[in-house]
Design a protein around this ligand. Structure first.
Ligand code: GLN
Length: 286
C-alpha cells in the first residue's frame, strides 16, 4: 500500500465511504464501535491515537466493515456481538438484535421481583437476552428459556455460558397446540413477533434484509396470534398469583390488555417505553 494510513485517515475514509448511506450521527457511532471492537480503544483513546499508523491488516478489516455496512448489514451482526443490560451477547441473523425497549421490560421485571424465589419462563428467547439478564439479576430465581427455532437455541446456550448463568433451555413451539410441557411458573415473559405486514413498509433495510422474519412479523389479519397462544399457555402453566410480562406492539397495547381481561388476569398495567409508546404489559393471574 502506497499511502500511509493513520487512525485519523481511517476515520475520514469511513466517513466518506458511508456518507451517502447513513446519517452522520450514525456513522460517528459506527466509527467508535468498530475501533473499539478492533483495537479496544475507548472514545478518549481514539482522540489520543489519531496520528498512530494503522497496519495493512487493520485496513483490510475496516474495508470489510465498510462493505458490509454498505449492504445495510447491522453492525451487531457484522461483529457477531452486542450488549444488552450491560451484558455481552453473541448474535447472528438467526436471532433478533436485542432492542433498548426490551431492556425496559427486563428492568420492570427485576424491579418488581427482587425478593422471592421465582420460577421464570421466557417464551421465544432468541439470543436469550431476556432470560439471561433475568437470571443474572434475580439470582434467587430459576429461569427457563424456550424457542421454536433450534438454531436460536444453540446461540441461547452459548450466551448462557458466556455470561456464566445456569438456565434451562428447551424447544417449544408456542403455536403448536399439541405441545407437551410439564412445568408451572411464577413468572412468564415474552417478546413475541408483533410487527404487522403492513408496518413492514415503514422498516429500514437493515432490519428487513437481515433480521429473522419469523421473529418479527405477524399477519395483518391476526396481529395478536402469539399473544393468544401465550395467554392460553399461561392459563395452564402460571401458578396462582403468577405474573405475565409482555412486550407489545404500540398500536395493539389496549387490544392485548382487553384480551387479558377477558381471560383470568387482573391488575393489568400497560406501560410506555422511553419513546412514549405503549410497549409493556404486566398482569397477574387470579
Ligand atoms: N421492537 C422490534 C422492532 O421494532 C420488534 C420486536 C418484535 O417483533 N417482537 O423491530
Amino acid at each position: 500500500m502506497g499511502t500511509k494510513y493513520t487512525i485519523k485517515k481511517i476515520i475520514s475514509l469511513i466517513k466518506s465511504e458511508l456518507k451517502s448511506y447513513y446519517p452522520i450521527k450514525e456513522i460517528d457511532s459506527f466509527i467508535f464501535i468498530i475501533l473499539n471492537h478492533l483495537l479496544g480503544y475507548s472514545r478518549a483513546q481514539i482522540h489520543l491515537k489519531l496520528e498512530k499508523a494503522a497496519d495493512e491488516n487493520l485496513i483490510e478489516q475496516i474495508n470489510f466493515y465498510i462493505n458490509e455496512l454498505k449492504n445495510y448489514k447491522p453492525i451487531q451482526y457484522i461483529m457477531g456481538k452486542t450488549e444488552f443490560y450491560d451484558l455481552l451477547f453473541q448474535v447472528n441473523s438467526g436471532v433478533l438484535i436485542p432492542r433498548p425497549e426490551t431492556e425496559e421490560l427486563v428492568e420492570l421485571i427485576i424491579k418488581e421481583n427482587q425478593n422471592h424465589f421465582n420460577k421464570i419462563l421466557d417464551i421465544g428467547t432468541g439470543s436469550g437476552c431476556i432470560a439471561i439478564a433475568l437470571a443474572k439479576n434475580l439470582p434467587k430465581s430459576y429461569v427457563y428459556a424456550v424457542d421454536n427455532a433450534t438454531d436460536a437455541l444453540a446461540l441461547t446456550r452459548q450466551n448462557s455460558k458466556l455470561n456464566h448463568v445456569d438456565i434451562h433451555i428447551s424447544h417449544l413451539d408456542i403455536l403448536d397446540h399439541n405441545h407437551y410441557f410439564n412445568e408451572s411458573f411464577d413468572i412468564i415473559v415474552s417478546n413475541p413477533p408483533y410487527v404487522t405486514e403492513k408496518e413492514k413498509e415503514l422498516m429500514q433495510p437493515n432490519v428487513l434484509n437481515f433480521e429473522p422474519q419469523n421473529a418479527l412479523f405477524v399477519p395483518d389479519n391476526n396481529p395478536l396470534l402469539y399473544y393468544r397462544a401465550i395467554i392460553d399457555f399461561s392459563l395452564k402453566h402460571l401458578n396462582k398469583d403468577g405474573r405475565l410480562y409482555l412486550e407489545v406492539n404500540e398500536n395493539f397495547g389496549i387490544e392485548t390488555a382487553m384480551l387479558l381481561e377477558e381471560k383470568n388476569f387482573h391488575d393489568i398495567q400497560l406501560k410506555k417505553d422511553i419513546n412514549d409508546k405503549y410497549r409493556m404489559l404486566r398482569c397477574i393471574l387470579k
